[in-house]
Design a protein around this ligand. Sequence first.
Ligand SMILES: [Fe+2]
Ligand SMILES: [Fe+2]
Length: 479
Amino acid sequence: MSDEKARQRLLGGKLIRCLYQLIHSSRIYQDNNQLIIDGVSQCVATLVDLSREGEVTIQVWRGRFYVNGEKLLYQRDTIAITNELAEYFIQRQIGGLRFLVTTRDDLQGNFMAFVRLIDESQKHDDPPAWLDYQAQAKGIHWVEVSRKLEEKPADLEPHLKEKALDAYFHALNMVKEVADKASRGIAGVRKARRLAQTIVDLIHEDSTIMLALATIRDYDDYTYTHSVNVAMLASCLGRYVGMSQVSLEHLTVCGLFHDLGKVGIPKDILHKEGKLNDEEWNTMRRHPLIGVRQIIHLRAPQTLRSRIILGPFEHHLNPDMTGYPRTHFMKGVSLMGKILRIVDVYEALTSERVYRPRAFTPDEALRRMWSEGGRSFDVPLLKCFIAMMGIYPIGTVVELQSRELGMVMEYPDESRKDRPLIVLLKKDGSGGYTRGEEVNLASPDVEGASPRKNIVKGIHASTLGIQPSQILLQDVRAA
Ligand SMILES: [Fe+2]
Ligand SMILES: [Fe+2]
């Protein structure tokens, strides 16, 4: 993330906190109280610091704040404040505020009058219109009020989804290219490393979109989409457990290359319908070792190469070193190997394969992995993975108590991983499904209103003929 973006987000968070405190204080104290005077000064100073070409915008979309178009990241200590203030805006049907920041004095003079108007607007029929009118009448010309947004405005996070989608398909092509050239010893890692940097940057910006992309499935090109999905999921999990930027980049490259050795496995074994016999299994089990040989022959700086070998070598090893390849020189599996092991199994279980036409639903896959526990996975890391994905991971098709069908889009409240935001699935008239209304199950209105409030179960997307990624990315593809 650029320094400027990080600074804007920091100041944005500060503005939300100042505004929240000022609104609360305004209900107790008069304008001449020192707490109010200091609160106004802080708000105005933060607005001045945030101003870009004389403007600052605050917008609320799906219960999240965007300041100058940047989504504010949730921080554990301020989640409650942020949610409460977002709800405060929503109750007043306010979608956003646009401050025209000219001079500090201009705002300081009647800032408190505006704060009191916002608070009072709830008593009126059309709060935004009333607020706008009253502000003008009181000579407050430095702010414009907009209504609750019906659609995500184009200026929020410009191009983030497009950038993410672009990185995904570049990564896909790159993996194919490397797989093709690796056996001839003419592949390099420069492109992979650049892409890994982009992917890690995007995950820092918004991991939700990367988790949505990791639901892309391609039956015919399975090994390649699988590799990119594993890279995305690994990188998200690595970030979740606090790995450094450089380690995340290496982990992403490991994910992209973890099954590179499959180019050395005969196609009839790789795509065999039905169970593999012992001999075929033995061949299949060679792919981590073949992969390591391929990586050794990649054109890459020695230090980088040494950091991307271990993960692919270890990705089928269990914590007790059973699994494959058999090794006697290692005492344990590295962090990257453990992460790859978890996300690799999850991706494989949730994908349809020739030998298993119906995949596990994401929630089933997580339950199954949990039941295997320490035999196959590092348990603390598996716990982190489940906490990160949520009980119903992004892209899960769910049935609600109301019998309506929906798809999990994101978890707007990181502390409520049982209450996702879902999009209802409505029939598109030609036998398929399309996106309907969005319902935030974490919102107090929905939580109190039966029968939509609860998810009953996860549903196999394939039984409805749905590809989760198509629904999740519908708006990007249509753009
Ligand atoms: Fe593998
Ligand atoms: Fe794999």
